[in-house]
Every structure is written in structure tokens, then in C-alpha cells.
Write a protein that binds this ligand. Structure first.
Ligand code: NAD
Length: 483
């Protein structure tokens, strides 16, 4: 299968925080891959802007090292790296002061798309927006990209939205959630709205329940102190799992257009029920072969922050009333695996008599082995009567799509190209983020008011036993956390 790469228009991309971890691990190697793929025009420019004193040559060396360490393109011709590095420039800047701003204003061109990637902590968003305005870099050709976390509660998210709205129109603001850049996540929409097969069954009449799992094997490691201020609810559920929930539950938008899609996602968030305390299980991992326990890594022996969360969520609308959504995410679990599973109801009548429970299960694997599997029931081969067996109809993208299915564009590079194209479909709108916090806040406030203490779980396990019991009470079971 031949990949179709459509080059984007010329652009200047300024990366505030261009020397930081995110820029080195994701943004710059991703841009290099797009360059190798021929998607980035030769006259595109990337300007690193950060606190460190460095010249352009020093920055190019740093970026070359980052690309060597964090992965460049598999098939990139000799000399391409040098060509890419030639596109790079650097300015030493103070987000809170005056240093570097005049230089930056002179560097960026006025006749191409200008994108400013705020790859810095959110406390600097307002300062950057204000200085971009002071130095005449906020016109309609300008776009800004902001990283998570977008606030830590509704009040702070509103304040950030206000700070940005003072200088930028919503159509210029790209709030990144890299989950939305994943190939399979977009495939969710293609599967739902590009096939006749699924949509008629996609409701509480036919769907028993839906599970969304994002399991990690890593712990908080060196980020312990930072993570301890947020926890799994803020770090994963409010944004990534919420986005997956929206895409799986939303009504069909009238067209694949940014606001049509985001309007439908917003309606899902607004229809979410408040979550009862007994429908949530919070956990913290204990020390194991993989490393120290959560509290040790967080540097607080009495920490009550959760590294795991499982919850049962209801959506009060015509389509989903009565179908629970079970969400779970955690660190130091048995396997790294992100998966959405749609479990259909049992047949109302089996013509084959009393046989074991056979249900259709649609699994959408986000990572690893991106792909979709539909479990169907067939006859067990051989003589001796009609015995039924469940088999998977497996569509692993790498198998079905060949080379291209395996070599999937990383989420960041895809999203950055969308910014340059001016396509906001896969970015969160301000009202969506606020609605997500409005649902999340009372849950967190409830834990704080009750002094809720997370349950412990073994490193390398599937999480706290209480999460298993929560589903058992509903006579359901979690899917195995398996790679
Ligand atoms: P980092 O600490 O590694 O880098 C911060 C960068 O900001 C550096 O380049 C630094 O020079 C620059 N900076 C800090 N203060 C500045 C100032 N006053 N003026 C100018 N530049 C300044 O951080 P990071 O890990 O790269 O994260 C950046 C942002 O992205 C954060 O908001 C983080 O939450 C978010 N994020 C990071 C990751 C990740 O994997 N690292 C993932 C998702 C989101």
C-alpha cells in the first residue's frame, strides 16, 4: 500500500521550551520524520526558544543528539539530517521578561503560517501570549499549541482560557491531547461512521457495557513529586480517557469538521452522570521487582494520590442510559496496553439450546499492536453436533495494511502537521476542557473531603482487587491486561 503524503504549506514553527524533555523526545524527532517523509516543505523553519544561552549551531547539535536518541525515520536518505538541521534556528528567551523577544519578532516571517508551540509549564502560557501580542505576533496567520496539563481544576482551566482568549481567537488555539493523534483513535471514528455494520447496534439496546483501559508498566519514577500533585484522575482520566469516551459514545457529527465533531464530544461530557463514591476504586502500587513503591517514589510516605483508578460511569442520554462505561488506568501494571472493548449483549434467544454465554466483543487496541478484533461465534469444526466456539476476526493494522500499517506516524507529528494545515478537529476546544473539569472536580473534592485513602496493589499486577469486585457486583469481568 502506497502512503500518500501531502506536503503542508511553508511555515515557521517556534517551540517555546525547545530544549525541554518533550521537545527532545517527541516534537523534534517527529518533525524530522515528517521532513524525511517529504511532508515538510524545504522552506519550513523551526525555531527553538528556551531559557538556555545557546547559539543556532549549539541547538542543531542538541537536536541531532535528540534525533539519534529518540528515533528518526526508518528510511531517510543520506544527507537528510543535515538538510533538516539547516531549517533550525534558536533564540534564548525569557518568557517572563524582555530577553529575546525582539530577536524572535525579527526572525519569524510575516508571509507564512506561524505556529508557536507552548511546550512549557502552564504557568507560562499567559506570559507567552501577552508577549507575543506585545511584539506583534498574534495576527490571524498565527496559531498557538498548548500542552497538557490544561489546568488542575475548573477554576484554573477557566483562567488559562481567559489568558489565551485575551490575545487569540479560539480558532487560533490548539490544545493538544496526543491521544487524539493516535492512528487507532481516529480509526474509532472511521469504524463507527464509515461502516453500516456497527452504528445500528451502537446503543444501550445492543451494547451491554464498554471498557476503556489504559495500562502502563512504568511507575512515576523521577517524576514522582510532580505526579503526586496530580494523580491518575487529573493526569489521565480528565483528558485522555475522557477523549476516548467521547469518541466512542458521541452521536454522529453531521460532517467531519472540527466544530461538528467537538460539539458532539461536548454533549457527551455534559451528559455524564456524577460518579457515586462506591463506583470508584483508587490505588497506589507497592514496591516490587520493578522498583520502589509509589509513596517512596513520590517522596511522601503518607501520600494519598492515586496511581491507579477504575470507575463506572453512566451517560444519561437516549443512546446510552443503562449501558455502563468502565474506565481504568494505572501505572506499574502487568502490561502496557490501551484498549477499548465494546461488549455486546447476549442473544435474547439461542436456537442451539443451553450453551455457554456467547457474546460479540469488539476490541479496539490503541497500543501495542494497533488493530481491531471482533469476536464472533461460529460452529466448532468437526462432526458430533452443533457446538459453538468464539473466534476473533482479527484486523491487526500491521498485517492488513502491510508496511504502512506497522510504520505509523507518531501522534505528535500528525498533530503538528494538522496545526500547520489549520485543522482543529483533533484538538480540544476550550468549552470541552472546562466541561471535563466541571465533571472531574466534584469527584476529587469528594475524596479530599472524606480523606479517601487509595488501596494498595502489587507492582506488575492488574490493579487493586477492589476493582475486580466492583465489576463482579455487576456480574461482569475486566478484560485481561495483556500486551
Ligand atoms: P522541561 O522542564 O523538560 O522543559 C521546560 C522547557 O521550558 C525548557 O526548554 C526551558 O528552557 C523552558 N523554560 C522554562 N522556563 C522558561 C522561561 N521562564 N522562559 C523561557 N523558557 C523557559 O519540561 P517538558 O517535560 O519538556 O514539559 C513541557 C510541557 O509539556 C509541560 O507543560 C509538561 O507538563 C508538558 N508535557 C510534557 C510531556 C513529556 O513527556 N515531557 C508530556 C506531556 C506534556
Amino acid at each position: 500500500m502506497v502512503s500518500r503524503v501531502i506536503p503542508v504549506d511553508p511555515f515557521d514553527l517556534v517551540i517555546f521550551g525547545g530544549t525541554g524533555d518533550l521537545a527532545r523526545r517527541k516534537i523534534l524527532p517527529g518533525l524530522f520524520r515528517r521532513f524525511c517523509a517529504g511532508q515538510m516543505p524545504k522552506d519550513a523553519r523551526i525555531i527553538g526558544a528556551a531559557r538556555a544561552d545557546m547559539d543556532a549551531a549549539g541547538y542543531r547539535d542538541m537536536v541531532a543528539e535528540a534525533i539519534a536518541e529518540f528515533g528518526g525515520a526508518r528510511a531517510c536518505e543520506d544527507g537528510t539530517l543535515e538538510e533538516f538541521l539547516d531549517r533550525l534556528d534558536y533564540v534564548s528567551i525569557d518568557a517572563r521578561g524582555e530577553k529575546g523577544w525582539q530577536d524572535l519578532a525579527e526572525m519569524v516571517r510575516g508571509d507564512v503560517v506561524r505556529a508557536f508551540y507552548f511546550s512549557v509549564g502552564p504557568s507560562l502560557f499567559g506570559d507567552l501570549a501577552e508577549r507575543l501580542n506585545t511584539h506583534g505576533m498574534t495576527d490571524a496567520a498565527t496559531r498557538i499549541v498548548v500542552e497538557k496539563p490544561f489546568g488542575r481544576d475548573l477554576a484554573s482551566a477557566k483562567a488559562l482560557n481567559r489568558d489565551l482568549a485575551a490575545y487569540f481567537d479560539e480558532s487560533q488555539i490548539y490544545r493538544i491531547d496526543h491521544y487524539l493523534g493516535k492512528e487507532t483513535v481516529q480509526n474509532l471514528m472511521a469504524v463507527r461512521f464509515g461502516n453500516m455494520l456497527f452504528e445500528p447496534l451502537w446503543n444501550s439496546q445492543y451494547v451491554d457495557h464498554i471498557q476503556i483501559t489504559v495500562a502502563e508498566t512504568v511507575g512515576v519514577g523521577g517524576r514522582g513529586e510532580y505526579y503526586d500533585r496530580s494523580g491518575a484522575m487529573r493526569d489521565m482520566v480528565q483528558n485522555h480517557l475522557m477523549q476516548l469516551l467521547c469518541l466512542i459514545a458521541m452521536e454522529p457529527p453531521s460532517k467531519f469538521d472540527p466544530d461538528a465533531v467537538r460539539d458532539e464530544k461536548l454533549k457527551v461530557i455534559r451528559a455524564l452522570d456524577a460518579v457515586e463514591p462506591h463506583h470508584i476504586v483508587r490505588g497506589q502500587y507497592e514496591a516490587g521487582a520493578e522498583g520502589p513503591g509509589y509513596r517512596e517514589e513520590a517522596g511522601d510516605p503518607r501520600s494519598r494520590t492515586e496511581s491507579y483508578i477504575a470507575m463506572k460511569v453512566g451517560i444519561s442520554n437516549w443512546r446510552w442510559a443503562g449501558t455502563p462505561f468502565y474506565l481504568r488506568t494505572g501505572k506499574r501494571l502487568k502490561a502496557r496496553s490501551s484498549e477499548i472493548t465494546v461488549v455486546f449483549k447476549e442473544l435474547n434467544h439461542s436456537i442451539f439450546g443451553e450453551q455457554q454465554d456467547h457474546r460479540n466483543v469488539l476490541s479496539i487496541r490503541l497500543q501495542p499492536n494497533e488493530g481491531i478484533t471482533l469476536g464472533v461465534t461460529i460452529k466448532e469444526p468437526g462432526p458430533g453436533g452443533m457446538r459453538l466456539v468464539d473466534v476473533p476476526l482479527d484486523m491487526t493494522f500491521a498485517d492488513a495494511l502491510g508496511e504502512e500499517g506497522a510504520d505509523q506516524t507518531d501522534a505528535y507529528e500528525r498533530l503538528i502537521m494538522d496545526v500547520i494545515r489549520g485543522n482543529q478537529t483533533l484538538f480540544m476546544r476550550g468549552d470541552e476542557v472546562e466541561a471535563a473539569w466541571a465533571w472531574t472536580d466534584p469527584i476529587i473534592e469528594g475524596w479530599e473531603a472524606r480523606g479517601d485513602v487509595p488501596k494498595t496493589y502489587d507492582s506488575g499486577s492488574e490493579g487493586p482487587v477492589d476493582a475486580v469486585q466492583m465489576l463482579a457486583r455487576d456480574t461482569r469481568v475486566w478484560r485481561k491486561v495483556a500486551p
